[in-house]
Design a protein. Structure first.
Length: 60
């Protein structure tokens, strides 16, 4: 029984299937932070310039 338990524990620690999912989650999180930062940085400009022009064109 001890050999089977040791073998199972070693197999558990050698298993790397979940590591790929974690790496993809970290990459997706990093990309989302970059996108959020860009949207916040450009947001006021887009609101004032683009939507201001559209509102002026519509006569509001």
């Amino acid at each position: 029984m001890t050999k089977e338990l040791t073998k199972t524990i070693r197999a558990f620690f050698r298993n790397e299937n979940g590591a790929t999912a974690i790496e993809y989650a970290l990459i997706a999180g990093g990309i989302s932070i970059v996108i959020l930062t860009a949207v916040i940085a450009v947001g006021d400009t887009v609101r004032d310039d683009l939507f201001g022009k559209v509102a002026t064109a519509l006569g509001s």
